[in-house]
Design a protein around this ligand. Structure first.
Ligand SMILES: *[C@@H]1O[C@H](CO)[C@@H](O)[C@H](O)[C@H]1NC(C)=O
Length: 221
């Protein structure tokens, strides 16, 4: 058994992966012209590995949601063969038109690699399950495992804004208020936002973690 999965270490560490911390803030405003969509705690539907209680892979304290998974964790249920994840799905905020924006302050501790930290998910049954994923590999935030969005993402709070213009079929990513990435995406029928950690297929660390606070949803018609 890997040492990170031993019960005494989980108790000792308390929550999350055993990485260190730091902090900073953001600037500017990609949300200008958007209106806020009301969210309640019930809209944040947690999905976590089926091999352990949710509280061993997700904690919500002082407004901060901490998500972590171990490389050998199980999927969220026995019906799926997907990789381990500890994520929130913003439940009840599926959308199929308009312009939508996810905002959150994220933190990825150094040591986390091979994980998606934020997604725009398609409705179930779509040809591609997502139109946007932000992956972390060795300190670099990427669009899937491709284009670099932010070269140095570890150990700091960053403000993430992801704008999805459904009619134009485009997405744009802002880090700390600055436009960092944009692309056209394949149209689909319905979308929703997810964030947390979802293990990917290469360069995975033994434990993957992200933290999120001040998650806000916006729209524009
Ligand atoms: C989240 O919002 C609170 C209240 O506005 C603020 O004090 C805090 O600094 C914010 N957190 C981050 C990481 O920006």
């Amino acid at each position: 058994m890997a040492s990170l999965t031993s019960p005494w270490l989980v108790l000792l560490v308390g929550m999350g992966c055993t990485f260190l911390a730091a902090a900073s803030g953001g600037s500017r405003n990609p949300t200008a012209g958007f209106e806020k969509v009301e969210l309640t705690d019930g809209d944040f539907q947690v999905q976590s590995p089926s091999n352990v209680p949710e509280s061993q892979r997700f904690q919500y304290r002082n407004g901060v949601r901490t998500f972590w998974v171990h490389r050998n964790d199980k999927p969220i249920n026995t019906a799926t063969h997907t990789n381990p994840r500890s994520e929130v799905k913003l439940r009840g905020h599926d959308y199929s038109s308009g312009v939508w924006q996810f905002e959150g302050y994220g933190y990825v501790p150094s040591g986390t690699s091979g994980a998606s930290v934020m997604q725009i998910h398609n409705q179930e049954g779509a040809a591609h399950s997502t139109i946007l994923m932000l992956h972390v590999y060795n300190g670099v935030l990427r669009f899937y495992s491709g284009t670099v969005v932010e070269p140095d993402i570890y150990n700091r709070w960053f403000r993430l804004n992801v704008v999805h213009d459904v009619r134009a079929s485009t997405v744009a990513v802002y880090i700390d208020g600055k436009h960092k990435f944009g692309t056209s995406v394949t149209p689909s029928e319905s979308y929703y936002f997810k964030f947390g950690v979802y293990m990917q297929h290469h360069d995975q660390s033994s434990c993957m973690e992200s933290r999120w606070t001040n998650v806000t949803l916006y729209t524009k018609h």
